[in-house]
Structure formats: C-alpha cells, structure tokens
Unconditional design. Structure first.
Length: 230
C-alpha cells in the first residue's frame, strides 16, 4: 500500500513582484500550497499563477494589517514562513546624505517590518518547520570592504541582528531560522546590471532552504548554500 506525502504549505510575505513572485511560481511548480501576499492593488501578477495558491493583501509596514492577516490565517498550519519584503534607496546616498524620513522608511520596511511578521506568525509554523527572511550579502559587516549602499546595508545588518536576537530568545526552538542572501539579481530592485538572472538565483535559493529543513538554529546563507560571514 502506497502512502502519499502531505502537501507542504509556505506563507510568502512580499510576493507580488521580483524575487517573491519568482519564489511563488517555483514553489507551485514543486507542488507546495502557497499563501502569497502583496500590498493592496499589487497582486495582479500573483493571481495569474496556476496552482494551489491563496493570495492575501497586506502592507507589512502597517501593524494593523499584519494583525488582521494573522487573524484571517489563524487556523492554518504552515511548514515555511518566508518574509521577502524590502526596499532600497538612492545608492549614492551615504549616512551623511540621507534624510531622516528616508532613513526611517528603509529601516522600517527592511528591518522592523520583517521581524514584526516573524513575531506575529511564528506560532503558525509547525514544530520542525522553517522561518526565513530575505537578507542580503550586503548585510555582512565582515564583507563590507568598499562602503557604498550604506543605508541599505545598515538596514540588512539590523535585520540580521534582530534575527540573531530572536534566535537567542528561542534557543530551545527546534525550528530552522534562515537569513537568505539571494545574490545580486536582475529585478526591478536589483537593476539591469545585476550579475544573476532570477532563474540562476531562485531555484538554488529554494534548494538551500529545503536542504536546511530540520536543522535548528539560525543560519546566514547565500543562494548556493554557502555560509555568509557576519
């Protein structure tokens, strides 16, 4: 008598375009059930994808909308929570140039909001499941030898530190925690000069996430599974 493997469920936050949209399509190809989110009026491309897909609207910078989504999904159990939400700023701005409003916008979107989602949805992730956020190699302090992209780098380094604190507070949690660096990818955010295509990054990134399933603790990895130095 054959037994079927239960279908896995991923909740992808920030999936309406770019890397998040590509992740959604790839997980559907791999037979996962996907709950994918985007801001209101931005989910058109998501809804065109075929497969077991539920689309939700949420602005992760709005705590009330995050809480409302959590209430709507209260009875769902998920295998993987992955937060992809993020923005960049003017690459030329140094910390001496950036306005306070712009600094706050980047830090709230890239550091505070992903962690707010993790804290809000953690209890929906099954024991032995995975919680991941989209970091960046530019969040590595050790690898920053040429400056540039200062505000963006700082926001990702802050995200890494907040995830490190989360891991320390949940040291006995058996779930896998991931900080993923997708590489420099040709998207609206990455720009046309980026080194990698989506097809070179995302399938490998998903392979790495899958390979680390069941490995408890926090791991900072690139899309090929190489450890990124803090």
């Amino acid at each position: 008598m054959s037994t079927s493997t239960p279908q896995k469920t991923v909740l992808l936050i920030g999936a309406s375009r770019g890397l998040g949209l590509a992740m959604t399509g790839e997980y559907l190809k791999r037979g996962w059930r996907v709950i994918a989110t985007g801001r209101e009026n931005s989910t058109g491309r998501l809804r065109e994808l075929a497969g077991p897909l539920d689309v939700e609207s949420v602005d992760v910078t709005r705590a009330d909308q995050v809480a409302a989504l959590r209430e709507r999904l209260a009875h769902r159990e998920i295998d993987l929570l992955f937060v992809n939400a993020g923005v960049k700023n003017d690459d030329r701005e140094t910390i001496a140039d950036v306005s306070t409003d712009e600094f706050v916008r980047v830090m709230v979107t890239n550091a505070l909001s992903p962690m707010r989602v993790v804290e809000t949805f953690q209890d929906l992730v099954r024991p032995g499941g995975t919680i991941g956020v989209m970091s960046s190699g530019q969040g590595s302090i050790a690898n920053n030898v040429n400056g540039n992209y200062e505000v963006y780098r700082g926001s990702k380094a802050a995200l890494n530190m907040f995830m490190r604190s989360y891991a320390a507070r949940h040291a006995d949690d058996p779930r896998t925690l991931l900080l993923m660096a997708p590489g420099w990818v040709r998207t609206d955010m990455g720009g046309p000069q980026a080194r990698l295509s989506i097809e070179e990054s995302i399938p490998n990134l998903l392979n790495t996430i899958d390979a680390y399933a069941g490995r408890s603790g926090l791991h900072y990895l690139d899309y090929l599974g190489k450890v990124v130095p803090w």
